[in-house]
Design a protein. Structure first.
Length: 278
């Protein structure tokens, strides 16, 4: 049901990666105003599949949805008076909490190394995506994101921990990625979507050259000028030839987004039933 413009549903998503962006697209279509809150770790590499670059270019379009950058809480509050749309911001959750009561808070950072915070009571409904979530400890709804297991966690167990095994793309796993061997500043002149070849220099991390691990299409690369920690993905090569994809949303992103929206609708249906028992 569309909301009056003064009372738009307000969703905050932690993360600006391709999963956060796929969720944002489906939430906008479901009637939410969505704010994506930037988190630097891990850095975003699939930037043509994410709204992340709106932070630097003011707007970013994926499919039929255009996201705009917002820089302050007042700007967010004013934007909530408009029809459903996507905003991207450098503001953190503590900056966004005073703007207005949050209807939906989603942690889509897919963190593998840090402890996930307790989101409960910070919003009307809180959802955790990926490793480190349990409805007993830090969210109202947990969503599994591992390939083959995407969907709601029906009980109070933890979502699967990261196992360090990269999902396959075509028939290629972890060997399509290049990771940072140390922390430093990353520089690259190469654009996503470029055809690259094994051992081509794709950029430099604090002056040290980084080579393409194989032939293929550059699917992801950290933005030029970024400070990156050690042990994170810097580059992804799509080996699938004509089937390569580096823009839009992919099957995994859409599946996770669908599971997330299904959780929102299930929660809303349960609340309606509780308010209006038969």
């Amino acid at each position: 049901m569309p909301q009056p413009h003064d009372h738009q549903l307000f969703a905050v998503i932690l993360g600006t990666n391709e999963i956060a962006s796929a969720v944002a697209i489906q939430l906008v279509r479901a009637g939410y105003c969505v704010v994506l809150s930037h988190d630097p770790d891990p850095p975003v590499i699939r930037r043509k599949m994410a709204f992340h670059d709106a932070l630097f270019t003011d707007t970013m379009q994926i499919e039929d949805i255009v996201a705009e950058r917002v820089d302050g809480g007042v700007q967010v509050y004013q934007a909530l008076r408009r029809p459903p749309h996507v905003m991207v911001t450098w503001l953190g959750l503590l900056d966004l909490l005073p703007v207005r009561h949050i209807d939906l808070l989603i942690d889509a950072r897919l963190q593998k190394r840090r402890i996930t915070p307790d989101l409960r009571r910070l919003a009307h409904l809180t959802i955790g995506l990926g490793p480190g979530f349990s409805t007993n400890f830090n969210c109202d709804v947990a969503v599994e994101t591992r390939p083959g297991k995407i969907g709601l966690v029906a009980d109070t167990r933890w979502t699967d921990a990261a196992d360090g095994v990269a999902s396959a793309l075509g028939d290629v796993g972890a060997e399509r990625f290049v990771y940072s061997q140390f922390a430093g500043r990353w520089h690259t002149p190469v654009e996503i979507g470029t055809r690259v070849y094994r051992d081509l220099v794709l950029g430099h991390l604090s002056g040290v050259p980084l080579l393409a691990p194989r032939d293929g299409i550059l699917r992801g690369i950290v933005r030029d000028g970024s400070e990156v920690p050690a042990g994170v993905k810097l580059v992804e090569i799509d080996p699938r030839g004509r089937d390569a994809q580096w823009t839009g949303t992919d099957d995994r992103g859409r599946a996770i987004a669908s599971a997330t929206v299904a959780a929102v609708r299930l929660h809303a249906a349960r609340r309606t039933t509780q308010r209006n028992p038969a």
